[in-house]
Design a binder for this molecule. Structure first.
Ligand SMILES: CC(=O)SCCNC(=O)CCNC(=O)[C@H](O)C(C)(C)COP(=O)(O)OP(=O)(O)OC[C@H]1O[C@@H](n2cnc3c(N)ncnc32)[C@H](O)[C@@H]1OP(=O)(O)O
Ligand SMILES: O=C([O-])CC(=O)C(=O)O
Length: 378
């Protein structure tokens, strides 16, 4: 039998069978459990989408009520976890804090019985419920402010804003953030979801698995790009500089953040939705010069690289929306993570129902059968 050929980055190689989401990268289609992302972002909420991802169907009114009540209950952080986050170095990146916080959540949560559906459900719901509160808590800690406990009667997005500021969340801000969470909740076998499934496959709980996934999401080629997009727009600085900046990037063979995707070879459908969201917000609250720079950058990059399938991805417009909501640039990727934990948990659950340890092979390129050389002879 001939040995298999290496496919760098496992591009296009299936790592699992899954019914959680579907992408057609040529047509720019994304569906969660068969529902187009455009339908969900227009009509649904993050809680409803989280249920859909976890259980495969839209919830009934009764199911949604019970699920929402569960999320409210599981949002309340044990004191030991709050103390742990308070002790984190304030200079750490919020994604590092979140990765550690999710591991910490596993330390204070009841042990998960992987064979018991109720125990698995409780654990996945705890991750989805607690993640936004943990992100907000670290924001407060590094600003030298006191912890704001979750408030009853608020959805995930509104409660996150409450925990950040301790003030009545603005309705437009909460609705906008809710829609952004829906758009980021799931995306097939991306690097962080794959990382989650690899950790899960060693029979790990969702806390450890999602903590590993958050580590993978942090990198600039993945979720970490959204923070860099905004910094990039700041560096460009002025509309008149877009072309020259892009030429410089191309000459240095550097990538433009927020463009290109392993699967989409057209404009990411979520980038289209986030752009609509940005337009809506700017209509209400006033635009920003960075948005004009972003539009010009899209035009220039598309002209030069569109023929190679390089278009805006999900990370391109999200930061403009979050900045308008008054959120710090380095909290953009944690916001991505607090949405994506729903997808991670759906994949974790799928992995648990039909688990096989991930243990791929390699193509060995090193030396073999060498004779040991004593240190005085080297
Ligand atoms: C949530 C998410 O993870 S969405 C992605 C977020 N990441 C970013 O925005 C970072 C910038 N983009 C990228 O690095 C890439 O497009 C990736 C990693 C996302 C996907 O790329 P891949 O399909 O693996 O392609 P790869 O990185 O190998 O690039 C293929 C070619 O396109 C070029 N290319 C890809 N993306 C870009 C970009 N953003 N800017 C300029 N050139 C690019 C590469 O330089 C490479 O060119 P070459 O063949 O001349 O060497
Ligand atoms: O799918 C990918 O490769 C990256 C990702 O998570 C996304 O685009 O949301």
């Amino acid at each position: 039998m001939s040995s298999p050929e290496l496919v760098p980055g496992l591009a296009g190689i299936p790592a699992a069978e899954s019914s959680v989401s579907f992408i057609d990268g040529q047509a720019g289609v994304l569906e969660y459990r068969g529902y187009p992302i455009e339908e969900l972002s227009a009509h649904s909420t993050y809680e409803e989408v989280a249920w859909l991802l976890l259980y495969g169907e839209l919830p009934t009114a009764e199911e949604l009520k019970a699920f929402t009540a569960d999320l409210e209950r599981l949002r309340v952080l044990p004191e030991a976890l709050v103390s742990m986050v308070k002790a984190f170095p304030r200079t750490g990146h919020p994604m590092q804090a979140l990765q550690a916080s999710l591991a910490g959540l596993g330390m204070v949560a009841p042990k998960v019985d992987l064979k018991d559906a109720a125990s698995r459900d409780e654990a996945t719901r705890r991750v989805i419920a607690a993640t936004p509160v943990l992100v907000a808590l670290f924001e407060r800690v590094r600003a030298g402010k006191e912890y704001v406990a979750p408030r009853e009667g608020l959805g995930t997005a509104a409660n996150f804003l409450w925990c950040l500021d301790g003030e009545e969340p603005d309705e437009v801000a909460a609705k906008t953030l809710d829609c952004a969470l829906v758009l980021h909740a799931e995306h097939t076998m991306n690097a962080s979801t794959f990382a989650c499934r690899v950790v899960a496959s060693t029979e790990n709980d969702p806390y450890t698995s999602c903590s590993g996934a958050v580590g993978a999401l942090f990198g600039p080629l993945h979720g970490g790009a959204n923070e860099r997009v905004l910094n990039q727009l700041g560096t460009i600085g002025d509309l008149s500089n877009v072309e020259a900046w892009f030429e410089g990037k191309s000459e240095r063979k550097e990538k433009v953040m927020g463009f290109g995707h392993r699967v989409y070879k057209t404009k990411d459908p979520r980038a289209k939705n986030l752009q609509l969201l940005a337009n809506e917000m700017f209509g209400k609250l006033g635009s920003t010069p960075k948005y004009d720079i972003a539009l010009k950058l899209e035009q220039v990059v598309t002209e030069k690289l569109g023929s190679r399938g390089i278009y805006p991805n999900v990370d391109f417009f999200s930061g403009l929306v979050y900045e308008k909501l008054g959120l710090a640039t380095d909290v953009f990727t944690p916001i991505f993570a607090m949405a994506r934990v729903a997808g991670y948990c759906a994949h974790w659950s799928e992995q648990m129902l039909d688990n096989k340890l991930f243990r791929p092979g390699q193509i060995y390129k090193g030396k073999r059968q060498r004779a040991y050389v004593s240190i005085d002879k080297r």
